[in-house]
Design a protein around this ligand. Structure first.
Ligand code: ARG
Length: 453
């Protein structure tokens, strides 16, 4: 195995250890899109869910039944219309809808058994009727009124996996057809789950056709990797529309779940093998995460970070892009450095070296390749500029052979050797001949004044 590959794999294993500690004993509510059940990789997904359960995560499953209900209703030639993504369920369809919903849960239970895990299907959701909305009578389609969490907790306490059919019952025992997304959302909030998953037949939250809030980055495959709770709210406001939209529906549930106390909501693609494990156990994930708790931040470097920062710098040093630095160098200049940390792992670093004449150099900047094109470099530079402003400096500069365009784009302008502080001028490497890019700091400049990429 080549060294880079080994390094990458070891890196993922380290990240996984961190998450195992973090998530053990937590509750994950997982909605499984019904259409996935027929997918050839679905048994592997169930196997992965059982692994999570064995690891000590409280797994709760809510399989969607839309496709199965359609199939059954078609067979019995019952037509139901859908209004705003909600099926109008006439009373005569209810026995068939119930049958289809339980078909799906039974199937999941059998698959759990095949993997040596025990599931329990229950009637733990109290429902109420949607009633008549905008002149449409939704008949036996309902809304979640309450989840009987005491029973669900008991089931979890017994080491069983609760499986929720998409049916709820009124206080009098009348069955209603419910949305699996709403059920999963309600359970996650009522149980104060750490995570809610929408395992879907889509690659996550995609950008095409939607307005994306500023500061939100879209990966090269068009997927929004993460949204804070506030950004999710902004995404919904920017894209508000009258007609039903499945993606907006999911983001709205995610947003409400975060507001209701769920820490992280994930929308991931159930058609890709291993995506669930990748999303849970790696920093970068695979799909979209909408989150309410701290995930990443930029902070000053501390001694304990030094080995990780050296590891991060190594490839750039080998490539000759970065000057060689030792542990002692980093320790000596520790106060100059800032790091970008994601759930306890460092993925970027940069330093601010102050010189005479109230000038400072931005140096030693590295962004881990897995985090490139996500605006991390810009966040690091903004952070250092804020530091420089707080120190009442006049200007920051950077010497670069490769990234001058990037800095120009952020508002840096080209400077001359004569602009450098004398002690830096002395060390200027004429053979390497890097460009000098400067950014003047005005006393009135405040946070966020850096030009947007
Ligand atoms: N593994 C972490 C978690 O499960 C982070 C996942 C980040 N995912 C993303 N799509 N950005 O909480």
């Amino acid at each position: 195995m080549d060294k880079t590959m080994l390094k990458e794999q070891v890196e993922i294993i380290r990240q996984a250890f961190g998450y195992i500690n973090q998530f053990k004993g937590e509750t994950f509510v997982i909605k499984l899109e019904g259409s996935l059940i027929a997918h050839h990789l679905f048994p592997l997904l169930i196997r992965d869910l059982v692994l999570l359960h064995r690891m000590g995560i409280n797994v709760i499953l809510v399989p969607g039944a839309r496709d199965r209900i359609n199939e059954v209703l078609k067979k019995y030639a019952i037509k139901c219309r859908t209004v705003n993504g909600v099926r109008v369920s006439p009373p005569e369809a209810i026995p068939l809808i119930k049958m289809a919903a339980f078909d799906v849960t039974n199937k999941i239970m059998t698959m759990l058994a095949e993997n040596g895990a025990n599931g329990v299907i229950g009637n733990w959701v109290r429902a109420k009727s949607i009633g008549v909305r905008n002149g449409v009578d939704f008949q036996c389609s309902g809304l979640v009124e309450k989840v009987q969490i005491d029973i669900v907790n008991k089931v979890l306490g017994e080491g069983l996996i609760p499986i929720f059919p998409t049916i709820g019952w009124s206080a009098k025992g009348r069955p209603y057809n419910l949305s699996s997304s709403e059920i999963a959302f309600s359970i996650s909030v009522e149980l104060n789950a750490a995570k809610l998953f929408f395992i879907a037949d889509r690659p996550g939250v995609t950008a095409q056709g939607y307005k994306i809030p500023k500061e939100v980055y879209v990966s090269s495959d068009g997927v929004v990797s993460q949204l804070t709770k506030a950004q999710a709210g902004e995404f919904l406001d920017l894209n508000a529309r009258d007609s039903y939209d499945e993606q907006l529906d999911l983001v709205a549930y995610a947003y409400r779940a975060c507001k209701g106390g769920v820490q992280r909501v994930h929308v991931i693609d159930g058609r890709v093998e291993g995506m669930l494990l990748k999303e849970i156990f790696s920093n970068r994930g695979f799909g979209t995460m909408i989150y309410a708790n701290q995930h990443d931040n930029i902070r000053p470097m501390v001694m304990g970070d030094v080995p990780e920062v050296l590891r991060l710098m190594q490839p750039s040093i080998e490539e000759g892009v970065l000057v060689h630095r030792t542990e002692t160098d980093l320790a000596e200049y520790i106060d100059n450095y800032a790091v970008y940390e994601v759930d306890g792992t460092i993925h970027a670093c940069a330093a601010l070296q102050v010189y005479s004449g109230r000038q400072a150099e931005i140096a030693g900047m590295v962004v881990d390749e897995t985090y490139s094109n996500l605006g991390i470099g810009k966040r690091m530079v903004s952070y250092l500029i804020e530091q420089a402003t707080a120190k009442k400096l006049k200007a920051v500069f950077v010497l670069t052979t490769q990234t001058s365009d990037w800095f120009s784009h952020m508002g840096f302008s080209q400077g001359k050797i004569a602009d450098l502080p004398p002690e830096r001028r002395k060390n200027y490497n004429r053979k390497r001949n890097p460009l000098i890019l400067r950014y003047k700091l005005s006393r009135h400049r405040t946070k966020g004044s850096l030009r947007v990429e």
